[in-house]
Design a protein around this ligand. Structure first.
Ligand code: SF4
Ligand code: SF4
Length: 329
């Protein structure tokens, strides 16, 4: 199946200054495929110029977007080309230039998702190791001041709180803090249910319906992050150096050519990624060279036989279009 999406995901910076213990970067899982680097403005400009069909770009993935010093120029260029930017994959927002914070508002970034997993420094830094909550809150307030000055509702600010055992007692106060900061709270279940597990499972269920991702799979019959597969069709992930990652979960290998060598359309429709799409729909056998073979989402799909369907992709496309600049994650 050939795709021609109007959205893509471009990681503009895979470097991060924090040391969150469960982060794939810190665990060394991203070293081989993702590596550490930045996409320079010039490469971003070229990619957008060569693909005028692109209307939306998510800028985050494995690193900290705000460490790319070209970010203000990237936001401005996207804006002038009528391309909506999002930072919905998450940012820690510990360090940012004033220029970048203003650019988010001035150039109408649709969403910024900020990781704030604690309302006290002691709790926050248990997971966001090396982070300073004061800096984060100050940067959020600066964005809010720019929003006031430009009389802008953009960017939507999301307060992402991953629920762990060490922060579950702060959930209610996190909701209050998010309101004070004019942010929307967004709770997320921990990637590894057995690492830093929640203690009061009933309390967590009251907030997000499930105590952890394992329980989500048992109740719903699908993986908590199944929707990440849709990105192969709707918003393929490009690494900072142009490698085609296909989706934002993939850190295990490439799906084919580099977009700077084979062009975006050539890369996202090469034989390997087309095979992967068919494989996820259960139409062709599993193939050993596919990054999906190492992914727990594919494993859950293949075990249950609950393959990705065309209707699901179509529905997600409609949802994304209605979400006005909010990507599928
Ligand atoms: S802030 Fe995000 S990218 Fe940085 S170490 Fe933590 S999880 Fe990884
Ligand atoms: S199964 Fe494949 S496409 Fe789906 S999230 Fe995993 S690596 Fe990505």
């Amino acid at each position: 199946m050939v795709v021609n999406p109007t959205a893509i995901r471009i990681e503009v910076c895979s470097v991060c200054q924090l040391r969150c213990p469960l982060c794939p970067n810190i665990r060394g899982e991203t070293a081989a495929t993702i590596g550490m680097g930045y996409m320079p403005f010039e490469h971003f400009r070229r990619l957008i110029n060569q693909n005028p069909q692109i209307r939306q770009v998510e800028l985050g993935n494995f690193g900290e977007v705000f460490l790319n010093k070209d970010l203000p120029g990237i936001l401005e260029y996207a804006y002038t080309r009528n391309v909506t930017t999002t930072i919905d994959e998450g940012a820690n927002l510990n360090h940012s230039s004033e220029e970048a914070l203003e650019a988010l508002v001035k150039y109408q970034t649709a969403v910024v998702r900020c990781a704030i997993d604690g309302i006290t420094q002691a709790t926050y830094s248990q997971y966001r190791v090396g982070g300073d909550l004061k800096n984060v809150l100050r940067n959020i307030q600066k964005i809010n001041r720019h929003k006031g000055r430009y009389q802008s509702s953009r960017p939507r600010l999301l307060f992402q709180f991953i629920i762990f055992g060490h922060n579950e007692h702060e959930i209610e106060r996190a909701i209050l803090l998010s309101r004070m900061l004019k942010m929307e709270i967004s709770f997320k279940l921990n990637f590894f249910p057995d690492a830093m597990p929640v203690y009061n499972r009933d309390r967590v269920r009251q907030i997000v319906d499930y105590a952890d991702r394992r329980e989500y799979l048992e109740k719903e019959g699908v993986h908590y992050k199944r929707h990440q597969c849709y990105e192969l069709w709707l918003s393929p992930q490009i690494n900072w150096d142009g490698k085609l990652l296909g989706c934002s979960r993939n850190m295990w290998g490439v799906f084919g050519g580099n977009v700077f060598e084979s062009g975006l359309m050539g890369a996202i429709n090469n034989e390997k990624i087309r095979y992967a799409r068919e494989m996820l729909m259960g139409r062709v056998p599993a193939r050993g060279d596919m990054p999906c073979m190492k992914c727990s989402i594919y494993q859950s799909i293949a075990t249950s036989g609950n393959w990705i369907t065309e209707k699901e992709i179509k529905d997600a496309e409609v949802r994304n279009a209605n979400a006005e600049g909010v990507c599928s994650k």
